[in-house]
Every structure is written in structure tokens, then in C-alpha cells.
Write a protein that binds this ligand. Structure first.
Ligand SMILES: Cc1ncc(COP(=O)(O)O)c(C=O)c1O
Length: 365
């Protein structure tokens, strides 16, 4: 079979080297004669795996010692409610910054659960010459006492990324599902970071939580034990049986990323991939991206064709060329190419060649 490049937004492609290793040791992990899926999560081999995974993630993201690293159930959305239940208590107040579909979804979940507490929200996207632009609010000027401010630095659906760290007087809670480990960030700026695994980490269902120690002192609401951060810390993310295979694959992805030079090194490649694709879009009147340069997502490149009636042909011909899962999210339409860490430069080069050829064939100026 010739190479397939998978641009799916998630579950997304995983590094080929990791998938091969997982395949090789699927039936016999660590010389135990059984699969990693079949061993106790409390056995010494699996515990060693979890320790290594945490150490590798700490090294990759330079996570300070006053932060806990949790491996939890429930993906990204699971954390939408966990954040509210763990930090808001009965009378707390929180601020949600809205920049697209996922931050809106987090806000909606918070509003559903809030009870007597209070959720405020601020839309931070404006149109600048017809393009979406993020305008960060001056949080220091807001007269309120928030437990936390929630935002989503990379909007997977809308293709909007916020590269600047927020300047906030309150703890920042960030949904990094689609940008975690794609570029360097300063973890110490955050009260809590969470990410669904299915983009830059591993299989769906797992979520990674990085939480600062003092956040755990905030009053919480009664909640399901498996989503309780304090219990997760106390039990080393094993209050109940964790998603062991997903944890194993995440550990392999961390090891792979370290082996190729870590986040600083993949960040350079990610920048190159995104630049190549945006340059193709900008050079071709047949394609259009609706986001200002400063907020164009590096991980999720959205674009529209000048003639929407060619969307079907574009997707069909792309698939025939081995370029799959380019259809935009159903809410926004158009196309989306997700360029997570596992996507090689060659995949983007192949996409650019295809896009140039498709435009030349179908678009008459
Ligand atoms: C930024 C972001 N947040 C949250 C989610 C929801 O993740 P899950 O489907 O694992 O609940 C997604 C899923 O794509 C996402 O991209």
C-alpha cells in the first residue's frame, strides 16, 4: 500500500514508530508473555510504566514540582465538568473566555453544572477585515473575584490559536487538547492544564491533567469519585482501574517525542508544516483561510475552496491521492488539515502538491 497521510482532527494519526512497536509487543509485553492490556495496573511492571510516563511528560513540558500529573478517564469533555466540580464549590465565580466551538462547549457545560455559583463569559474573537482575530481582554481591569479563568488556546474546529500566554490575576485553566506538546509553553503560568489524548498523546478516552498543588485547596462540589482531582492525586490516578492501554501508548508517544529532540524540536517542524500549508493557501486565490496571521492554528489548518460545489471532488481526489480526513468539522464546513506532531513534513508537502494541482485543474481566473 502506498503512503496514506491522515489529517484527521482526532482521533488522529499516531507516530508510525510507536504503532509498530505497539504491534510488535501487543501479545507479549515486557517479556511477560501477555499483552499490556492483560496485566494488573497495580503490578510492578505497569507501575514502572506509569512512573516513566510521568517522568517523561514532566521532562518534555518542564513541569514544576508543585504540579501533579494525572492520567484520567473521560477525554476532553470529561474535564469540562471536572473543572467546575473541583474548583467552584457552592458560591464560587469563574470566567470563561470564548474563542470558538470548544471554549463555547466548555462554557455550556459549566453553565449546566454551576448551581448557586456563577459563570461569566467573554467573547474574545472579533472580525478584523473579515478575518477572525483574538483580542485578549485586560483581565487585571475586571473587578471580580474569580476562582479561575478558563480558555482554549487552540480551537480545533475553528482553526484559531492563541500563542500569547494570558496575563491573569486569577488561576488559568486551559484546554490544551489540540496543542499540548506541539510547542513550548510555560506551565507555571497555569493553575490547571488538561488535554484529551487523541491528538498529540495517544488513544481517545484518556485525558492528561496537570494541576498546581494549591488549586486542590479550592472548595469543590459533590461529584463522581473518578473525576475528583484530590482522589486522583491520593491514588496516583488509580482510584479505579485506569485506561491501561491508552496509558501505555501515551508513554510510548512521550518516549518517541523525547527520542526526536522533545517539544522544542517538534515545535520547529510544526511551524514549518503550518507555514508551508498557509503559504499554499495564500498563494492560491482558489483557497481561503478566515483567520488573521497571528491566530492561525498550527495544528488545525482550516480553509475553504472558492467554489464550494467542488468540495466533494476535492475530498474524493485527495483521498485517491492518499490524503485522507480533510473534511472540515460539520459545524463550520470547508476543509481542515490537522498537522499534529505525528504528521511528517512529507505529508504536508504531498498535500500542498495536491492542492496546487487541484487548483490549477479546476480554477480559471
Ligand atoms: C480543544 C478540544 N477540547 C475538547 C475536546 C473534546 O474531547 P473529547 O471528545 O475527548 O471529550 C476536543 C475534541 O476534539 C477538542 O479539540
Amino acid at each position: 500500500m502506498s503512503a496514506i497521510y491522515n489529517f484527521c482532527a482526532g482521533p488522529a494519526m499516531l507516530p508510525a514508530a510507536v504503532m509498530k512497536k505497539a504491534q510488535q509487543e501487543l501479545l507479549d509485553w515486557n517479556g511477560l508473555g501477555v499483552s499490556v492490556m492483560e496485566v494488573s495496573h497495580r503490578g510492578k511492571e505497569f507501575i514502572a510504566l506509569t512512573k516513566q510516563a510521568e517522568a517523561d511528560l514532566r521532562e518534555l513540558m518542564h513541569i514544576p514540582q508543585n504540579y501533579h500529573v494525572l492520567f484520567m478517564h473521560g477525554g476532553g469533555r470529561g474535564q469540562f465538568s471536572a473543572v467546575v466540580n473541583n474548583f467552584l464549590g457552592n458560591q464560587g465565580r469563574a470566567l470563561y473566555l470564548v474563542s470558538g466551538q470548544w471554549s463555547s462547549a466548555a462554557l455550556a457545560e459549566a453553565q449546566k453544572l454551576v448551581g448557586d455559583a456563577q459563570i461569566d463569559s467573554l467573547n474574545i474573537v472579533e472580525k478584523h477585515n473579515g478575518l477572525n482575530a483574538v483580542v485578549l481582554p485586560e483581565l487585571h481591569k475586571i473587578d471580580a473575584d474569580y476562582r479561575y479563568v478558563h480558555y482554549c488556546p487552540n480551537e480545533t474546529v475553528d482553526g484559531i490559536e492563541i500563542f500569547d500566554e494570558l496575563d491573569s490575576p486569577w488561576p488559568i485553566v486551559a484546554d490544551l487538547s489540540s496543542t499540548i506538546m506541539s510547542r513550548e509553553i510555560d506551565v507555571s503560568c497555569y493553575g490547571l492544564i488538561y488535554a484529551g489524548a487523541q491528538k498529540n498523546i495517544g488513544p481517545s478516552g484518556l485525558s492528561i491533567v496537570i494541576v498546581r498543588d494549591d488549586m486542590l485547596k479550592l472548595p469543590s462540589l459533590p461529584q463522581s469519585s473518578i473525576m475528583d482531582y484530590r482522589l486522583a492525586v491520593e491514588h496516583d490516578s488509580m482510584f479505579n482501574t485506569p485506561p491501561t492501554f491508552a496509558w501505555y501508548l501515551a508513554a510510548e508517544v512521550f518516549a518517541w517525542l523525547k527520542s526526536i529532540g522533545g517539544v522544542a524540536s517538534i515545535a520547529k517542524i510544526n511551524q514549518q508544516k503550518a507555514q508551508m500549508l498557509y503559504a499554499c493557501i495564500d498563494a492560491n486565490p482558489f483557497y481561503k483561510n478566515g483567520v488573521v496571521a497571528a491566530n492561525r492554528s498550527q495544528m488545525n489548518v482550516t480553509f475553504q475552496l472558492a467554489d464550494e460545489s467542488l468540495d466533494g471532488a476535492f475530498l474524493k481526489e485527495a483521498e485517491a491521492a492518499g490524503l485522507v480526513a480533510l473534511k472540515g468539522h460539520r459545524i463550520v464546513g470547508g476543509m481542515r488539515a490537522s498537522l499534529y506532531n505525528a504528521m511528517p513534513l512529507e505529508g504536508v508537502a504531498a498535500l500542498v502538491t495536491f492542492m496546487n494541482e487541484f487548483a490549477a485543474k479546476h480554477y480559471k481566473m
